[in-house]
Design a protein around this ligand. Structure first.
Ligand code: ZN
Length: 312
């Protein structure tokens, strides 16, 4: 044995010891609250596959965001749900994504009016607004990368004009960070993941044909994630996001040690729903698993150079 006298249990004997040597601290400061904005008034549509989450009309959205902000959560991430009753709101060029009176634009304005210090991050993509459900412009059956960039920039600009603090482009087109030029939390390494299922129900954004494998990353690749991240940093990203989170802890960890920008982990709908479903079946303690998940995410994103204990 290398250290015959090492007895790790000495440091676990009571809560005070455990607290003292705990490597990872969790804080509400670390959280971003995802919200789904829908048009109308007094609307609160529960999302069955994401228990506890609702599509909210602006009035409810502001109330809920205020509660979150008062609990200490500094930021929300806003997704827009175009009105299902008006099908022509979806078209091949996603025009309602950058309309001045679009759902995200209106919700952003209301949030910034009522809670000015809340950081409002808006999801920038086209898939909720295109009739084909893809994240870019189609040329036949192929995504036209560069034609999509112009539209994505328009979406981000319209969000900024409404008061959004930060754009979060989730489309995965090449070159979009450079094109957008607002403060950006980039979905830098976004995998083509089956964990997004419940979100597609929440946002009504499943592609009508094909899949997203030509622009989202292959789950089997990890070196490529580093290239994707470096590309977004070169283009000017401010925060780097990895999505999904739990299956890609190794990616989060290597990116953390590779770059010195803030790193965000997106614990996606499927990850959330798995916990909720197993909790409902009585198979796990949902709250404990949720806390454990948050510790794991935080640890993966901890740099090797973080300090341990202080004496002052
Ligand atoms: Zn999309």
């Amino acid at each position: 044995m290398l250290f015959p006298d090492y007895r790790p249990r000495r440091l676990r004997q009571n809560d005070a010891f455990r607290r003292m040597i705990r490597e990872t601290k969790l804080s509400v400061d670390d959280l971003i609250f995802p919200m789904f904005a829908i048009s109308g008034k007094g609307v609160k549509n529960p999302i069955p596959s994401m228990p506890g989450h609702c599509q909210l009309s602006t009035d409810h959205l502001v109330k809920t965001a205020k509660k979150a902000y008062e609990l200490g959560i500094p930021a929300v991430m806003l997704f827009g749900i175009p009105d299902k009753k008006i099908p022509d709101k979806k078209d091949p060029l996603a025009t309602s994504a950058y309309a001045k009176d679009g759902i995200v634009q209106k919700a952003t304005k209301a949030l910034k009016d009522k809670i000015p210090d809340l950081v409002v991050i808006t999801d920038v993509c086209l898939c909720q607004y295109t009739d084909h459900g893809h994240c870019g412009v189609m040329d036949g059956n192929i995504i036209d990368n560069d034609a999509s960039l112009d539209l994505l920039a328009r979406v981000a600009l319209s969000h900024a004009k409404a008061g959004a603090d930060m754009a979060a482009p989730s489309d995965m087109m090449d070159g979009r960070v450079a094109e957008i030029r607002q403060p950006i939390m980039s979905y830098a390494a976004k995998y083509c993941s089956a964990y997004y299922g419940p979100f597609r129900e929440a946002a009504d954004s499943a592609p009508r044909f094909g899949d997203r494998r030509t622009y989202q990353m292959d789950p089997a690749n990890s070196l490529e994630a580093i290239r994707e991240v470096n590309m977004d940093i070169e283009e000017g990203a401010d925060i780097i996001m990895i999505k999904p989170a739990l299956p890609y802890l190794d990616i989060i960890h290597s990116i953390r040690n590779e770059i010195d920008l803030p790193v965000a982990a997106y614990n996606v709908s499927g990850e959330y729903s798995m916990i909720k479903a197993a909790e409902k079946m009585g198979w796990i303690d949902g709250k404990k698993v949720m806390m454990e998940t948050n510790f794991d995410l935080n640890q993966a994103g901890r740099s090797r150079h973080d300090p341990d204990l202080f004496c002052s």
